[in-house]
Design a protein around this ligand. Structure first.
Ligand SMILES: [Zn+2]
Ligand SMILES: [Zn+2]
Ligand SMILES: [Zn+2]
Length: 102
């Protein structure tokens, strides 16, 4: 899976978010590309970010950087760790939910 933006390792950490728990990349609906975070998109994409519409929350727009499996937006909202490999996700991401999803 190709990760755009400014990743710094192969678990999708980036220059902006690089704690042990920052292992999720998000596909942006505007360009269908995975970025580690909204700042990566803002600084490297040539367009404004768009948010996933509510009716498309079944899309597998979340990538776990640890096991490289994807999960749906709905599943991502329900879990605090990866359902495939049990890697813990950063709860802080929820504060930025509105940047990615309607
Ligand atoms: Zn985009
Ligand atoms: Zn970033
Ligand atoms: Zn995983």
């Amino acid at each position: 899976m190709e990760i755009y933006g400014k990743p710094i390792d192969d678990q999708t950490r980036c220059v902006h978010y690089a704690t042990a728990l920052d292992v999720v990349a998000i596909k942006f609906v505007c360009c269908e590309r995975f970025y580690p975070c909204h700042l990566c998109h803002e600084q490297t994409a040539d367009h404004e970010a768009r948010q996933w519409p509510i009716e498309r929350q079944g899309e597998h727009a979340i990538l776990c950087g640890v096991c490289q499996q994807t999960l749906s937006i709905t599943t991502y909202f329900e879990v605090s760790e990866c359902p495939h490999c049990a890697a813990e996700f950063n709860e802080g991401c929820r504060l930025h939910k509105h940047l990615y999803f309607e």
